[in-house]
Structures are given as C-alpha cells and as structure tokens.
Ligand binder design. Structure first.
Ligand SMILES: Cc1ncc(COP(=O)(O)O)c(C=O)c1O
Length: 383
C-alpha cells in the first residue's frame, strides 16, 4: 500500500461526529442562500417556502422510525432532546409519580439530567449492566414501581456500541404502564428502528451522528404523551420547543434520515465487512487484546478494544495520522476514566488501555488496513 493513494489523516471517530454527506449538503444549500425565509412567517411566500422545507424534513425523520409527521419536533441536538425527554416527562408526572429509571452507561447528558432531577427531589434508579454492557430486563421490570413515570435506556451505546434489547424493554414498559424513552443518537439511520413495534414513547435523534449537520436534532414524542416544555416562548413545535427553526438545519437532518433509509443495508454490509476484517487482522497479530461489550449484540461500526499492558493515550499520540479516541468526546475532554468501561467491570489499568475505533459510511478498506497495520506496530512498540 502506498501513501500516495491514501489520504491522511484517517478519520476513525465516527461516534464523535460524522462528515456531512454530499447529498445532505446539496439539499441544505438553498436554505443557506436564496431561500432564507422564517418558517414561522405565515404572511408571505418566503415564510411558506421555509415552512414547506421544515415540514418535508419532519416527514423524512418520521419516516425513518415509523412515526407520524406531527410526532417529530426539532431541537438543537440529542443533548437538548434528552434533557427535554427526561425532565419534560418527569415534570409532567410530578408529584404523583416522582421516580425514573435509567442506566449507568447512558450518555453524560442523560445522567446529568437524571442527577438534576434528583437535586429537585425526584428518585432515580441507575441500573447496572452486565460485563457485556447490557441490562437485565428482569431487573428492569422489578425496579418499576407505582411511582415510576419514565424508563430511559439508550439504543446503541456511544462508547462500546452494544445494542440494548429495545423491543423487550418497550414491552415491559407498556405492560407496567410507564413511558419509555430511548436515546437513539447512535442508532437512528444505522439499525432499523420502529417506534410502534418497539413501544417507544419518546426518542432522541442527533443530526451530526448520521452524516447531517451539527446543531440540530429531533425528538419523537408519541401523540398524547404528557411532557412539559423546558423553554418558554412563541410556542413553536407543538408548544414543546419555542424558538425559530433553521430550515437549513432541519432539511439537513431530514435529508440525512432519507439518505440513511435508502443506504442502511448497504452501509451495514460495508461497515460489517470492514469491522470483521479489521478485528481479524488485530486479533491475529496481537494476543493481549479484547473487545469490550457484547460480541453479538453490537453495532459493528463501534469497536472498543483493550490492549492489555499499554497506555491508550500513548497509543493515540503515536498514531498521529489516525484519528481514534479513548471514548466519548465529552468524557475525553474531562480526562476522566470511562464510567462506561468501569460499569462493565474493567479495572483502572484496563480502562487506561482501551480505545474506541469508529467506522463509517465513508471509511475504505485501505484506510482500515492501514489503521490495523499501524495500531499493531504501535501496540508492539508500547508493550
Ligand atoms: C448516545 C449519545 N447521546 C447524546 C449525544 C449528544 O448529542 P448532540 O451532540 O447532538 O447533543 C451523543 C453525542 O455525543 C451521543 O453519542
């Protein structure tokens, strides 16, 4: 393999963010240029055109998850969607129901929302996961009380890629008459999701994890779900999220969903093949490497590996032209050891020896082979 045919640096951090797909950018362009109207201006064609763009995007997002168009609201991203879902539903049920359930391996914005509720006097159960990163659905059922309003369990974990049994969790929540929210930021557009078949009441979506723009997301709220807005204002988005929408950003997340619906099988096949080949190369060359999280219930584009005996930050520093990370962009910024890997039972040295490798739609076999070769060489040097 020659360097001249390979474009460096290589991006393998697709859980942190993804590049905008060319088809998405093309769909957004008119709303960044000539079609600049305010979608809430009802008196002229500039506004009507912008509103039509927003509604088209809403339909595209809804189509991706089998929701109704008017069950989708636009937000600034999954952080806002998760805050609104968790706090909005908890507030709507207070004081009759003052308990929510979530999981220790959720994204920081879910856990921080839960902690904020605790400070206000709510009770929160933080469920453990097994060494495979999955919750025990029997334990979940046992944790639900007559005071529980909401269960919040993410679909695909952002650090280790494991996929929780969303259908089983949804069925339990329906049976026990509690609402079910899932943070699907790392799942939408990557694995099939159906809010009806899976009994999901509220779902968070992020634009920039699915080859769309940053700064936009969506929240699916099943019709009739009791939920209180966090912002006061003009009452846009069914009164749930006041503020002027950006037609360009909404179009971006809508087009990203549309493209993902069309390309999902192709993307999955491509990413699975690259993932299997990469793991095979690494495992053949190195003995002391292990995959974190379930080996079967996983999204193949998220590979979290522990290279026993090395320091992951030294490995990452050595791999100058390969962009990988030690985990979530948020927790890496704080330089705290990963609480997700801790919840799986990894020791501090094991956590310090772990890296996440993210494969995406644009990744090539040549890039993955280069990455495997260089990771193997660097791990050997550091061992
Ligand atoms: C699982 C998960 N939830 C929520 C978020 C936050 O998403 P956003 O950047 O759109 O606010 C992320 C992104 O890091 C994520 O991976």
């Amino acid at each position: 393999m020659t360097k001249s045919t390979l474009k460096l640096p290589i991006y393998l951090d697709y859980q942190a963010t993804t590049p905008i797909d060319g088809r998405v950018l093309e769909a957004m362009m008119p709303y960044l240029t000539n079609d600049f109207g305010n979608p809430h201006s009802v008196e002229h064609s500039f506004g009507w055109k912008a509103e039509a763009a927003v509604e088209k995007a809403r339909k595209q997002v809804a189509g991706m998850i089998n929701a109704e168009q008017n069950e989708i609201i636009f937000t600034s991203g999954a952080t806002e969607s998760n805050n609104l879902a968790i706090k909005g539903v908890a507030f709507a049920h207070y004081p009759a129901r003052n308990h929510i359930i979530t999981v220790k391996t959720e994204h920081e914005c879910v856990l921080a929302s839960a902690r904020a509720l605790e400070k206000m006097g709510f009770d929160v159960t933080y469920m453990d996961v097994g060494p495979d990163g999955l919750i025990d659905t029997g334990e979940l059922e046992a944790a639900i009380t007559t005071k529980t309003s909401l269960v919040s369990v993410m679909t695909v974990n952002n650090e280790i890629g494991v996929i929780q049994n969303i259908k089983a969790i949804g069925a339990i929540c329906r049976k026990k008459n509690v609402l079910f929210h899932t943070d699907a930021a790392q799942a939408v557009g990557k694995i099939p999701l159906d809010v009806v078949a899976m009994n999901i009441d509220v779902m968070s979506i992020s634009g920039h994890k699915i080859y769309g723009p940053k700064g936009v997301g969506a929240l699916y709220v099943k019709k009739g779900t009791p939920i209180i807005p966090l912002f006061d204002g003009g009452g846009q988005e069914n009164g749930l999220r006041s503020g002027t929408l950006s037609p360009a950003l909404c179009t971006g997340v809508g087009a990203a969903c549309e493209v993902a619906s069309v390309d999902m099988d192709k993307d999955m096949k491509h990413i699975s093949n690259l993932s299997d080949r990469f793991l095979n190369n690494i495992k053949t060359a190195l003995n002391s490497v292990s995959l974190n999280g379930s080996a079967t219930e996983r999204y193949p584009g998220n590979i979290n590996l522990t290279f026993q005996g090395i320091k992951a930050d030294l490995l990452i520093a050595d791999l100058k032209d390969i962009a990988i990370s030690t985990g979530s962009a948020c927790s890496s910024a704080k330089h705290k050891p990963s609480y997700v890997l801790k919840a799986l039972g990894l020791s501090k040295p094991e956590i310090d020896a772990s890296v996440r490798i993210g494969i995406g739609r644009m990744t090539t076999q040549q890039e993955m082979d280069y990455a495997a070769e260089h990771i193997i060489r660097c791990v050997r040097n550091l061992s």
